[in-house]
Design a protein around this ligand. Structure first.
Ligand SMILES: Nc1ncnc2c1ncn2[C@@H]1O[C@H](COP(=O)(O)OP(=O)(O)OP(=O)(O)O)[C@@H](O)[C@H]1O
Ligand SMILES: [Mg+2]
Length: 405
């Protein structure tokens, strides 16, 4: 036996249609059988949102079985074949299939018809959502009344005029919109108001508000919803929170399970990223150790080349000392000069080698600071990923958008 909710509002455009479709889609995704009925005779918002699927359903039936019936297509009659199963697996009774101006029907007959329709359908669903027309005309009043729906969600924007509208609606339908069966859902609330508003939630029958979200506008303009059923997003989190308040235990465990699976979906690539970063860091540290060893060798070679250079140059200087001190024969002088010249040449070569090693020292210095910088980045990344690996869905969704360094 399903619970029937009516989405109503005092002013148009507060977001009833988007919320009806969003709530129904989310509940279906967590395994609840959900039906939406477009009770808005003026704008057919829900029917238009799913127009291509409505038309496809109509074409499928029109083959030989006549035209399917929407809620307001006369004569009043809706059977199982007129209920569409949308791609999202949510069921929908559209306002109309033929989009002609419906003939005026008797309100009395419509009341009986709607009641019977709901009686027939409610066995097959866990939740039924009625998307009513804004304001308090006869049909909206009917949809809001206890005869038709179990509970009413008044969707309103967060401004003084809308708040006055909600009060006016509550005042007008005092008998029907009793505290027990009426919720107020503030929609399109600026995100910075949402936190402060939460303080009031305990004392008034307000549902957790839905923030204004550019993704909703973008999605709606393409006849889509902003829900992300694969990974979740901030909007989906807000919807989850509101539904928890509205349906409590009826969906508590399903929501937890859903959130856990999404968290796993997000964590899976993070685990890979973590392993990759670990490997990268390991490789970097190994390369750094190799560089350090090379540097020790280089330092030794540099010292040795300095020593050898100075020794060889000193030896070549010895030639002049010896030449001044002793008188040598021409051939001995020549030999000594050759030896001294040889020492000098080799000494000069070693001095080049020494300069080369000094150059290398500079290169090593640059390389070393690159290692340190890269290792620092990788370590930060690992720390961040470590926090995320342990985070809940909310943390994961918030951090998912940020670059991982
Ligand atoms: N949370 C949100 N953030 C930003 N825009 C939103 C949000 N919810 C709804 N909207 C936008 O508000 C507009 C009206 O939404 P919607 O058609 O659902 O309102 P409605 O109450 O059904 O209107 P009507 O009274 O005409 O049937 C749409 O353009 C939609 O994109
Ligand atoms: Mg609407």
């Amino acid at each position: 036996m399903s619970k029937i909710f009516c989405f109503a509002s005092s002013k148009g455009g507060s977001g009833k249609t988007v919320l009806t479709a969003t709530f129904a889609t989310f509940l279906t995704a967590i395994g609840k059988r959900t039906l939406m009925i477009d009770v808005d005779r003026a704008t057919h918002g829900l029917t238009l949102l799913y127009l291509s699927e409505v038309k496809k359903h109509m074409d499928g039936i029109e083959g030989g079985n006549g035209t399917p019936k929407g809620l307001f297509d006369t004569p009043l009659h809706v059977s199982d074949r007129d209920v569409i199963t949308l791609n999202s697996q949510v069921s929908l009774v559209p306002a109309t299939y033929d989009f002609k101006e419906a003939e005026e029907f008797s309100h009395h007959d419509f009341t009986i018809f709607l009641r019977e329709l709901l009686k027939k359908l409610r066995e097959s669903y866990d939740f039924i959502f009625l998307d009513a027309q804004a304001g308090s005309d006869q049909l909206s009043r009917l949809a809001m009344s206890g005869k038709i729906s179990d509970e009413v969600i008044i969707v309103s924007e967060y401004d003084p005029m809308s708040a006055a509208g909600v009060e006016r609606l509550k005042g007008l339908l005092r008998e029907e919109l009793t505290y027990m069966r009426t919720w107020v859902l503030l929609n399109k609330m600026l995100p910075d108001f949402v936190d402060t508003f939460s303080d009031f939630l305990e004392v008034t029958k307000y549902l957790s508000p839905i923030p204004w979200d550019a993704d909703v506008v973008r999605a709606y303009s393409r006849r889509r919803l902003a829900l992300d059923l694969e990974y979740g997003n901030e909007y989906t989190l807000a919807v989850m929170q509101t539904l928890k308040g509205l349906l409590g235990e009826d969906i508590g465990s399903e929501i937890e399970q859903w959130a856990e699976t999404r968290a796993l979906n997000i964590r899976q690539p993070l685990e890979e990223q973590y392993r990759d970063a670990e490997k990268e860091l390991e490789g970097l540290l190994k390369a750094k150790a190799r560089y350090e060893q090379e540097q020790v060798k280089r330092r030794f070679a540099k010292r040795m080349s300095f020593l050898i250079t100075s020794m060889l140059i000193s030896f070549s200087g010895l030639y002049f000392v010896l030449r001044g001190a002793y008188s040598f024969s021409f051939s001995s002088k020549l030999m000594l000069a050759l030896i001294a010249g040889g020492f000098l040449m080799v000494g000069i070569m070693f001095s080049f080698y020494y300069v080369q090693l000094s150059e290398k020292k500079r290169e090593f210095g640059i390389e070393e600071s690159r290692f340190v910088r890269q290792a620092g980045i990788l370590e930060d990344r690992l720390k961040r990923l470590e926090i995320l690996r342990k985070g809940d869905l909310k943390t994961l969704i918030k951090k998912r958008q940020e670059p991982v360094g």
